[in-house]
Design a protein around this ligand. Structure first.
Ligand SMILES: [Zn+2]
Length: 450
């Protein structure tokens, strides 16, 4: 049961949306209905949306006109959703090289956005008014899964500097008193800043907390260490990074509330998320298609780790069709016990470049996480590949209980006996300039950082 403030705020938001002609509440209504539809019926809607997207690309985008040449020339040829997997993939470099060619003019409310600016080569793209309204709807929609509503007291622990725009005085008042949001810019946060923020949160009593997995975990560790704070939200949402089991455990213990893994990207947000049944991440299938594919774009069966190829059915100004984000994951068969028809991802296993290549053997991030986090004393670690057969593992572990010999042996088994493994025990491992934490730093790969 939401409080009076939340109800009033939603009434205000509905009225404003109506006046502005913003369809977010209509879209929310559709989402609420579509999540329970039989998958076959939902697929009919998705097919219609996919045809509209491909039709738009063929009509207005010079890039897709030439790229799809020989693959498809009429959207009606998409007779079912699986036909999508015969179309070519869209890579980051394709977007970097073809912004003007991909862009489809004529959509209202177009605005530019970008990703990967600070350390890697940036990717520029754009979104439009419908995409934005859909995103708003999807955010409100996801809150309903957690028994929450927009306007409920919310705390955001975020790491990216650029996500904190210069707000006007009116915006600040709106966010603080109408939307009831408190922000912590978690980039380069000190213990003292964190302490002050948590002190403020204790008074504010957030019903919902979300942020980067590493930032939420940092706050959780501070709470567990000091034992001074009682902050009891209904739920927490972790996004923008992998959420590891040890982080989930600590966060749940510190806040005495469930934490849910949410997956999105700046290019296409609201991709997949856990529901309270915790049986995988539901793909937000009304507006997104996620395929798991190999490097050539061939779909892989459930259970097999592959690249995520994302198709956004809601952004007609800049079509993302089979976009390879660099994230990897696994599909899951069967339906979630919550009854929603949205299909499941087993998990997201990390970034494509979260890979160490030793003697030509690919070793994924989760090999190291399951190996090193087996020791519950480990707070944090980072694997740095220095050379073709050399890695350095930095570990934050207050009690020096790490069985380095065992870890060394396992890496040798996996990657060859000549691999050199060095351990460094440190007090802290800094985050990237984007505020994200990287478990794997492959110094032998250049130019793909985020
Ligand atoms: Zn579910």
């Amino acid at each position: 049961m939401s409080g009076l403030h939340t109800e009033l705020f939603n009434t205000y938001l509905r009225a404003r949306s109506l006046l502005e002609g913003n369809p977010r509440f209509y879209l929310l209504k559709d989402l609420m209905r579509e999540q329970w539809m039989e998958p076959e019926r939902l697929d009919i809607l998705r097919l219609k949306r996919l045809r509209a997207l491909v039709g738009q690309a063929l009509k207005y985008s010079r890039y897709y006109q030439s790229k799809f040449n020989g693959f498809i020339d009429d959207p009606k040829d998409i007779t079912d959703l699986s036909r999508l997997s015969q179309l070519p993939l869209l890579k980051r470099s394709d977007i970097q090289d073809n912004y003007d060619g991909i862009f489809c003019p004529g959509r209202p409310g177009v605005y530019k956005d970008m990703t990967g600016g600070s350390t890697g080569v940036p990717v520029h793209f754009c979104h439009d008014g419908f995409y934005k309204a859909y995103s708003d709807a999807c955010e409100m929609f996801y809150l309903t899964w957690l028994g929450l509503k927009r306007g409920d007291r919310t705390a955001i622990l975020w790491g990216a500097e650029r996500d904190f725009p210069d707000l006007s005085f009116r915006d600040k008042i709106n966010i603080k008193y109408m939307e009831r949001i408190r922000y912590l810019n978690a980039f380069n946060v000190t213990e003292a800043i964190l302490d002050r923020f948590l002190t403020d949160l204790e008074k504010f009593r957030p019903e919902f907390i979300y942020g980067y997995a590493s930032t939420l975990h940092m706050a959780a560790r501070h709470i567990l260490k000091t034992g001074r704070f009682t902050i009891r939200p209904k739920a927490l949402k972790s996004s923008a990074e992998m959420l590891y089991d040890y982080q989930r455990r600590d966060i749940q213990e510190a806040f005495a509330a469930p934490v849910y893994n949410f997956y999105g990207s700046r290019e296409v947000n609201n991709l997949a998320a856990e529901c309270p049944s915790l049986e995988g991440l539901h793909i937000f299938a009304s507006g997104r298609i996620i395929e798991i594919v190999d490097e050539t774009g061939r779909p892989l069966p459930p259970g097999q780790v592959g690249l995520l190829a994302i198709t956004d059915l809601t952004n007609l100004s800049f079509p993302f069709i089979r976009y390879i984000t660099g994230d990897m994951g696994t599909l899951k068969t069967g339906r979630c016990s919550c009854g929603r028809s949205y299909p499941l991802l087993e998990n997201i296993t990390g970034r494509q470049y979260d890979i160490v290549v030793l003697n030509g053997n690919n070793i994924y991030g989760h090999f190291f996480t399951s190996l090193i986090f087996k020791n519950p004393d480990v707070r944090q670690f980072q694997v740095i590949q220095n050379d073709v057969n050399k890695v350095t593992i930095k570990v934050v572990i207050p009690k020096r209980t790490l069985d380095t010999e065992y870890i060394h042996r396992r890496i040798n088994e996996q990657a060859g006996a000549n691999v050199d493994v060095n351990f460094e025990f440190v007090d802290d491992i800094p985050v990237l300039s984007s505020g994200k934490f990287r478990f794997i730093v492959n110094d032998t790969v250049k130019g793909i950082k985020d």
